[in-house]
Design a protein around this ligand. Structure first.
Ligand code: CA
Length: 405
């Protein structure tokens, strides 16, 4: 349908509602309002109209308002007590500093709509205007209780600094790339950074475009509290019963939880076995106590199957040995690492204290080694109260083990 035909057929516009579910209650906690238009008994999305650059801005605003008006009438009729996600283009909102949007909402506030149920949904990275003015407008809208959701977080040129400044209540992340392409580690790393940012700024993560079960599992596993997508509910002109998916979601979560617990148990068993192995090697090499460079040489021979770098630090992170490092044709010593300090690395001191308190060794998370560029884990082990052994395990070894990746 031609964009301008939308204007002449405005009476056929129907708001659709796509349910948003919560992980904690497994119920519908809100709906995203979507513009649809009925043409010849067929319902079409108004998305192309809103994205059409040839459509004058005032027409887009008019249609945006009409969809919202019709949606809010329906909401009030049904007395739905849920969040309402309202899509708005930030540049269009800024034309009148959000005034017409706010006055429409206030009109419905007079009819009983609570404005703290309204979630303004915007994309941050397509905004072309003055960011400070946008920030001021959003601050103003939020004095009315209106919430903010940033869409497409983690895509294209998302700017973590700007997202941090806007401090939205909700960060919306599309999981489409999980099925359309097979995303590389970089994609997962970006999502991980966003989930850390969300935690720091107190934002809730909403994963959308969930179309198959493994996306739901991914969403659940990576800190998603809210979920949306065809796998759960398609956009619909009517509201759903709040508990419509409660049993299905609870059952799926049960599987996810079982699988995850098994994985954690496998990993912990592997850690315990590895710890045992190191303990017996330490006992075997007791005679080398005090000669730490010789000790790591001995250990390297015994750990050739699973390690590529070994060294010993004191409790403050100063290396008390050089490195012993495995090249293709054998181990080499790297004395230049003696007295290097690693206390600045994330979790380093927490890890030392944990080892000292619990008197046992631990695996680090998976991370990329700065020197080799490889994804590795480090196993650290307390020799005594003051000395700690570090063993780096290469990707090839982790890959062959169960539950190590
Ligand atoms: Ca949206």
């Amino acid at each position: 349908m031609d964009s301008l035909d939308i204007l002449t057929n405005a009476e056929h516009i129907i708001p659709y509602f796509q349910a948003v579910y919560s992980a904690d209650e497994q119920t519908v906690i809100g709906y995203e309002i979507l513009g649809r238009i009925k043409v010849d008994q067929k319902v079409e999305s108004m998305g192309p109209f809103f994205l059409d650059d040839s459509v004058p801005e005032e027409y887009k605003i008019e249609m945006d308002d009409l969809v919202l008006k019709k949606a809010l009438e329906k909401v009030l009729e049904n007395q739905e007590n849920v969040l309402l996600f309202v899509n708005r283009d930030a540049d269009l909102l800024m034309i009148d500093q959000g005034e017409s949007f706010l006055s429409l909402l206030k009109e419905f506030q007079g009819k009983g709509l609570k404005l703290n149920r309204v979630v303004l949904e915007m994309t941050e990275h397509t905004f072309k205007g003055d960011f400070t003015r946008l920030q001021h407008m959003l601050t103003y809208l939020r004095t009315y209780g209106i919430k903010l959701s940033i869409e497409n977080a983690g895509q294209e040129s998302s700017n973590l600094d700007r997202i941090g400044k806007l401090s939205p209540e909700i960060l919306k992340i599309g999981l489409q790339p999980l099925i359309t392409t097979s995303p590389d580690q970089a994609y997962h790393n970006v999502l991980h950074s966003i989930s850390l940012l969300a935690r720091k700024i107190g934002a809730t993560i909403l994963y959308e475009d969930i179309e198959v079960d493994f996306q739901l599992q991914y969403a659940w596993k990576t800190g998603g509290r809210y979920f949306q997508g065809f796998y759960l509910s398609r956009p619909n002109p009517e509201f759903l019963e709040q508990n419509v998916l409660k049993e299905k979601l609870a059952a799926e979560f049960h599987h996810f939880i079982q699988r995850e617990k098994r994985k954690i148990e496998t990993f912990q068993r592997a850690a315990a076995d590895f710890s045992q192995r190191i303990q017996s090697l330490m006992a075997k090499n007791k005679k080398l106590s005090g000669q730490y460079d010789n000790l790591i040489k001995e250990l390297a021979e015994d750990l050739s199957d699973c390690s590529f770098r070994i060294y010993i630090c004191n409790e403050d992170g100063f290396q008390q040995t050089g490195n012993i490092f495995k090249l293709e044709n054998g181990w080499v010593t790297q004395p230049e690492y003696y007295m290097k300090n690693w206390s600045w690395r994330p979790y380093f001191l927490e890890n030392i204290i944990r080892m000292r308190t619990n008197k046992k060794g631990y695996f680090s998370d998976l991370y990329r080694d700065i020197e080799t560029g490889e994804t590795i884990r480090t196993f650290s082990f307390p020799i005594d109260e003051h000395l700690y052994l570090f063993i780096d395990l290469p990707y090839t070894y982790l890959y062959e083990q169960e539950g190590m990746l």
